[in-house]
Ligand binder design. Structure first.
Ligand SMILES: Cc1ncc(COP(=O)(O)O)c(C=O)c1O
Length: 411
């Protein structure tokens, strides 16, 4: 039979995530307790007013505008201008079925090369490969909070001939859980070299210290903001995300709109109507409770893991930690994760999935294996949370972290 699959697609490998999930399921079937620290999913229910808005709009059935519902785009532009100090209007917003799809279509449209900090979220690289965009990795370390420094960025750009460059910045970061502190210097280099920045702000509302800063404030003309309902609102399965694209790069926006209309047509109408409530309503009590819980659970995991053999950065937003097991000796981080899963039942994702050298003994830990509904109810009805709450509402975190620590001590 002739070759059916395009070269760049047949090169894609099933990710280690899949392998870990399959192995977790196999072990679970055999009766082993599994700590699901591999999943990157919000454990919290969607705010009630947003769910009510969805119910109320279940009868909305026509295809909406390919760029997205006008009322929603206005609500989003107002929201960004108010909370993020931006200057967008509804024409700058494009709604998609999750930001992942919008990123994918951007890579398809973009005629240039891609700059990815390592570590980076798992999907940026395969999307670039599918779109046949050359990728340049910028290695970062925990010394710069897992974000590129201005020098690292500039040194990388110096050696690239193509002047059309798309830089991904994701703060708060998946996998490291850290917040970028040097946005301004990155923005200055970006401005100097006319880079386009794709600022993946999907975890921005889950920044623990309330002082979220977007790189779009330092480089508004070249920054695309990418975010949506999946993380802060617990609505990953609703599939709603958006891009805010400045007028200066409307060429990209116009192509993206065409690609949207030629692929998914428009996002589900009831979900778009419900999202108006997500961006217009006041969800401050919900968000502050969600952040309180995530910060408590994240700090617990961090405090109990960090040691002279585990390097880990303090969690600053989102729901991940990125520990390095400095005394682990395996041929790759995937092998290490297999060993951890087999011996402790703790499922983690290896650092290689995020673009790091496989010999670095790093893994991503997602601290979301708890019942978000009950924990949220408790938090909304009481002022302070303590260790007893954590043990009651997040027992898998307490147990899993302790097993992981024991494992590292036994090496
Ligand atoms: C860093 C990062 N960006 C983007 C996404 C995709 O989000 P969406 O649900 O909007 O497609 C995720 C989801 O896991 C993520 O972790």
């Amino acid at each position: 039979m002739n070759k059916l699959i395009k070269e760049q697609i047949s090169q894609l490998k099933p990710s280690a995530t899949l392998a870990i999930n399959e192995e977790s399921n196999r072990l679970k079937k055999n009766g082993k307790k599994i700590y699901k620290f591999g999943f990157g999913q919000s454990p919290f229910p969607i705010p009630e007013s947003v769910v009510s808005a969805l119910k109320k709009n279940a009868n909305k059935h026509i295809y909406l505008q390919m760029q997205g519902l006008e009322e929603l785009r206005s609500a989003i532009a107002d929201y960004l201008n108010k909370t993020n100090d931006n200057n967008f209007n509804k024409e700058d917003i494009v709604i998609g079925p999750g930001t992942k799809e919008l990123m994918f279509l951007t890579q398809i449209a973009f005629d240039g090369e891609v700059l990815l900090p390592a570590p980076s979220w798992v999907s940026y690289l395969p999307q670039a490969l599918i779109a046949k965009n050359k990728v340049h990795w910028i290695k970062t370390t925990s010394d710069s909070n897992w974000f590129p420094t201005a020098d690292q960025l500039e040194n990388k750009i110096k050696n690239i001939k193509n002047k059309n460059l798309l830089l991904f910045i994701n703060s708060p970061n998946n996998p490291s859980g850290t917040v970028c502190k040097n946005l301004q210097e990155i923005a200055e280099i970006a401005k100097k070299h006319k880079l386009i920045i794709l600022s993946d702000e999907i975890y921005s509302q889950l920044t623990f210290d309330d002082q979220y800063k977007s790189i779009s404030n330092y480089y508004p003309e070249g920054t695309i903001i990418s975010t949506g309902l999946s993380k802060w609102c617990g609505a990953g399965g609703w599939r709603l995300g958006f891009f805010a694209i400045p007028d200066q790069i409307k060429e990209l926006k116009n192509s993206l709109k065409i690609l949207c209309s030629e692929s998914f047509t428009s996002v589900s109408a009831p979900v778009q109507y419900a999202a108006v409530e997500a961006y217009k309503g006041d969800h401050s009590a919900y968000l502050s409770a969600v952040k309180k819980i995530l910060s408590l659970v994240g700090s617990y995991a961090y405090e109990n893991l960090k040691s002279n053999v585990i390097n880990v950065a303090k969690p600053e937003g989102g729901f991940y930690l990125f520990p390095e097991f400095t005394n682990a000796k395996f041929s790759s981080s995937s092998e290490m994760c297999k060993d951890i899963l087999k011996k402790t039942g703790v499922a983690l994702l290896p650092g290689t999935d995020f673009g790091l050298d496989s010999r670095k003994m790093l893994a991503r830990l997602s601290y979301t294996d708890f019942d978000g509904s009950n924990f949220l109810k408790k938090t909304l009805s009481s002022k302070n949370l303590d260790k007893a709450d954590l043990e009651k509402y997040a027992p898998n975190i307490v147990e899993g972290v302790s097993k992981l620590k024991e494992w590292s001590n036994s090496l």
